[in-house]
Unconditional design. Sequence first.
Length: 230
Amino acid sequence: MLAIPAIDLSGGRAVRLVGPEVREYGNPWTWAEKFLGARRVHVVDIDAALGRGNNWELLMKLVRWFTGRGVEVQVGGGLRTAELAVKVMEAGGIPIVGTLAFKDRGALAKLLDRGPVIVSVDSLQGRVRVRGWREDTGLSVEEALEDFTSMGVKQFLLTGISRDGSLSGIDESLTHLPALFRADLIYAGGVSSLEDLMKLRDLGFWGAVVGRAIYETSLLQELIKRRWDL
């Protein structure tokens, strides 16, 4: 299983959302250098996701910088048009689409014809939410995964909304999903330790996004020793 370090962007800085608080961790390029040994990184424009501006120029520079050094980049946050997702693809990144996927299946199908796409399935109490977690789709996580796998989606980002940024451990309501679906499932939300990552690996997740724990605990050094692969 891959451990995938996250760089969330707001106001040109590396941040994490901790509940309503935006916690800043400084220059994103400093962290980019630390994450160079990873096989894949996770870069998200928080401002775009929340509809309060964007960090598009910086985001695209990071995508090109990582891909130019052989590191895959999955890119999310406000990719609500096919045009933006295509620009990410053209820069070498893998777009993460949530709202777009749920609102416009035709656009998603066209993107899948162009290359790899990750569909974001953000869960709160088993229900999928979009538009920066503000809108309930009316679908369960299982319904969404079944629907999109039938369309040919091969990779999903599953986020436990209530755990995201909390360092409180993994969302148990999502742990049964790798046994049900033949797709690459990437977990996100609450990862706090190497033990959490080992559990996700043993459950059959393809990857796990690690955010706050990378910035605030010794987990970064552990993952560098393991070359980000569990």
